[in-house]
Design a protein around this ligand. Structure first.
Ligand code: ZN
Length: 174
């Protein structure tokens, strides 16, 4: 297990379409462990493999919504291999999204409020479920990464230019 460097824009790898996993084997489970460690180290709630430069259809999510008695987030990581959206609700919802590959920048993004998603878990077992709330939003954001799509692609050009300008300014200051 290892914390890996996160790929940031404008790295062209973020625009790649990731390849399906043929078999959920130990190498895939090792990738999942690295993604999970990296997500926690970066204080994110989701991470796709391409964000550490691996173009395979693998992602991890842990919303970390609960807290223990000490106020620490309760960890409950989940891995999704070859995830695909098979159906979405007509109803939309808006969420102020951020992305570890576009550090410290946020924008309101509208997406279907619910999504029916099919995936394999880390044992290779298939699941299919309707997801809602923040999990539905996060899953759609992460699956976008597997298709080379970023959240800034979902907002107006004006808003996107603003985000990119703020990011450039932040990087100059750093
Ligand atoms: Zn992201």
């Amino acid at each position: 297990m290892a914390v890996l460097p996160i790929v940031e824009i404008p790295d062209p790898r973020l625009r790649l379409v990731s390849k399906p996993v043929e078999q959920v084997d130990d190498a895939v489970r090792a990738l999942i462990a690295d993604l999970t460690d990296t997500m926690y180290a970066a204080k994110g709630i989701g991470l796709a493999a391409i964000q550490v430069g691996v173009d395979r259809r693998v992602l991890v999510i842990d919303l970390q919504e609960g807290e223990d008695e000490g106020g620490r987030p309760i960890r409950d990581p989940h891995a999704y291999v070859n995830p695909e959206v098979v159906e979405v609700s007509e109803e939309l919802s808006s969420y102020n999204e951020g992305c570890l590959s576009i550090p410290e920048q946020y924008a309101d993004v509208e997406r279907p409020a619910r999504a029916r998603v099919r995936w394999l878990d880390e044992r290779g077992e298939q699941h299919e479920e309707w997801l809602e709330g923040l999990l539905a939003t996060c899953m759609q954001h992460e699956i976008d990464h597997l298709n080379g799509v970023l959240f800034i692609d979902h907002v107006s050009r004006l808003k996107r230019d603003m985000v990119l300008k703020k990011l450039a300014k932040m990087r100059r200051a750093a």
